[in-house]
Design a protein around this ligand. Structure first.
Ligand SMILES: NC(=O)c1ccc[n+]([C@@H]2O[C@H](COP(=O)([O-])OP(=O)(O)OC[C@H]3O[C@@H](n4cnc5c(N)ncnc54)[C@H](O)[C@@H]3O)[C@@H](O)[C@H]2O)c1
Ligand SMILES: N[C@@H](CCC=O)C(=O)O
Length: 541
């Protein structure tokens, strides 16, 4: 079978390179008009292919404007999670037995459907979590890329099956021992799925991360109970869209189940169930570690594929191109209002360029428009929730008390019922809590250094290790940075973003230290094997 070639979806880039930006905008604006006509409906969960309703509903409102009700979803209970786990368990044998090439076909089909409907999905996403059109289409592209990339990996690795042989020996021994000569053994090394996987997703990349995690589990032959983020930070409509597209692509009933409800109940039931063999989770460090601790401390065993938070640094050296550094820092810190796990939140700047750098940074930050992210010109949209806003206020106040507030720090009145805030820049010492705690709001903290080794030490001196950036044209510094930075996704002199924007198949997206458990990244060659267990079967004729 021919090797499948991978190509990124890159929607906006293709429109732009083809001189068709106006067409891109027209398609997005049209999709926005269409999707809003469908808001306010009541949606079921899907368990074993059937619609399931709970006693209570969850009302999902848009962070863009809390007056907009996106829809009513089910407040699932533990009993619903158990039903979904049973459905997934019952569907496992047939799905696992299906030829991997058939599964590859299904996920290629899902990629095609997503691609054909990308503007609709992106418009829903913008309403649901407040992303700009560029961030939304970029995220939908990432979902399509995950589908194609993992399908290609499965096929190009022939389902990961390998064969080995031990040749017949001419010698013969009376009793066996390690390495004893013997008869010919034909050995098949299978990579087999585990069973049911719980897919527990965060609010901030509800399409790409949910699709990536689910595809990883499903294409390798596991079945899934999928729970999108359902309380406070809600992403249930995009979650439902994923269910619909997978079903239309041919995922059979019971193989992929969609349940909504509080993480502390529905999520916890999935994590603690004896019938669930693995959890693939992306979210905060506290939730991630808690579920692992809970499982192992109760004497249970499960596979955990866990990606967690970040406190991502960038160093700006005296050898930096300051204009590039400022562009990259501003987009990494303030894109999607700082609500990416990869967002930049700490910068260490060489003292000798302090004034020049700060003045350029403020000038650039001033150009960012805050407002309704559906409008093309706005770069900084809303925070996802009131609790995120409270966190912003709390840490702006703490920052003012312990350091200098040099930009922003206030709520922005954009005439909408949402939590819009100013991109904020603080000068604060590395030792302060703000330099160590993941805040997930647009607050950028800056400290200064004399010695590059000290900046490197500070960059590494946090419990996380997700993304990191450096701006320097000095080869020695670049070498040192690459050798010693403790992060999974590292960028040097990148103008488009200091720490965000990994591309499937090109970068790998992986957290070190407190940012992840497995050391294997998404969108990379090592991802799928985490959902499989090896089995060596030796047969002597
Ligand atoms: N490393 C990565 O790839 C990556 C990517 C995106 C987001 N993140 C991280 O995710 C966080 C933001 O997302 P969030 O606020 O949705 O995270 P979160 O940890 O609050 O929630 C993640 C998911 O876990 C569920 N959950 C909550 N309590 C649970 C429990 N007791 N048992 C089972 N499930 C439970 C939630 O309902 C949600 O679906 C940030 O820390 C961010 O850095 C990491
Ligand atoms: N993959 C995204 C981040 C996902 C986490 O929130 C990036 O590379 O910026």
């Amino acid at each position: 079978m021919a090797k499948l070639e991978f190509n990124n979806e890159s929607t906006y880039k293709k429109f732009l390179e083809g001189g068709k930006e106006a067409e891109f905008d027209r398609l997005f604006d049209k999709a926005v008009e269409e999707v809003k006509k469908g808001f306010g409906k009541k949606y079921p969960m899907y368990i074993g292919g059937s619609e399931v309703f709970a006693q209570e509903q969850l009302e999902e409102r848009s962070p863009i404007n809390k007056d907009i009700v996106i829809g009513y979803f089910q407040k699932g209970l533990r009993s619903h999670a158990r039903e979904a786990i049973n459905a997934a368990k019952n569907a496992f044998r047939d799905w696992a037995a299906l030829d991997y090439r058939k599964r590859v076909e299904i996920f290629k089909k899902a990629a095609e459907i997503f691609s054909a409907e990308k503007f609709t999905v992106a418009a829903i996403l913008s309403y649901e979590n407040g992303k700009s059109r560029y961030e939304s289409i970029g995220e939908v592209d990432e979902a399509i890329d995950f589908l194609n990339y993992y399908a290609n990996e499965m096929q190009n690795n022939k389902g990961y099956l390998r064969k080995t042989v031990i040749r017949q020996s001419s010698a013969r021994v009376n009793s066996g021992f390690q390495g004893a000569p013997g008869s010919e053994e034909k050995i098949t090394i299978y990579m087999k799925p585990y069973g049911v996987f719980g897919v527990i997703a965060p609010f901030n990349f509800p399409i790409s991360i949910s699709v990536g995690m689910s595809t990883g589990a499903l294409i390798t032959g596991n079945t899934v109970v999928f729970k999108p983020s359902s309380t406070d930070n809600m992403s249930m409509l995009t979650g439902l869209k994923i269910y619909e597209i997978f079903t239309r692509a041919g995922v059979p009933k019971g193989v992929f189940n969609y349940v909504t409800g509080p993480g502390s109940e529905v999520g916890d039931e999935i994590v603690t169930s004896d019938s669930v063999s693995g959890i693939v989770f992306t979210g905060s460090k506290s939730t991630g570690l808690e579920m692992v601790a809970k499982t192992y401390s109760s004497g249970k065993q499960k596979v955990f594929i866990v990606e967690m938070g970040g406190k991502n640094p960038t160093i700006v050296s005296k050898y930096a191109d300051i204009a590039d550094a400022v562009d990259g820092i501003v987009s990494a810190a303030f894109g999607f209002a700082g609500q990416k796990c990869s967002a930049l939140s700490r910068v260490y700047v060489n003292e000798s360029i302090k004034e020049k750098f700060i003045s350029a940074l403020m000038e650039k930050t001033r150009t960012l428009k805050i407002g309704n992210p559906l409008e093309k010109e706005n770069y900084v949209g809303p925070l996802i929730s009131e609790s995120a806003y409270r966190r912003y206020v709390e840490y702006v106040e703490k920052g003012k008390a312990a350091g200098n507030l040099i930009y922003g720090g206030k709520r922005a009145d954009v005439g909408l019922n949402g939590f819009y805030v100013e991109p904020t820049i603080l000068e604060i010492k590395h030792e302060n809590e703000i330099m160590h705690k993941e805040l997930f709001v647009p607050i950028l903290a800056i400290d200064y250094y004399k010695d590059f080794d000290d900046a490197l030490y500070k960059a590494n001196d946090v419990e996380y290790g997700l993304t990191a950036g450096l701006y320097s044209k000095n080869k020695k510094e670049i070498g040192k940075f690459i050798d010693s930075i403790e992060a999974g996704v590292v960028y040097v002199n990148r103008r488009i973003s200091a720490t965000t924007g990994a591309i499937v198949g090109a970068h790998t997206f992986v957290g070190w230290k407190g940012s992840g458990l497995t050391g294997k990244g998404t969108g990379s060659r090592n991802y799928l094997q985490q959902f499989l267990r090896e089995q060596s079967v030796a047969v002597v004729k």
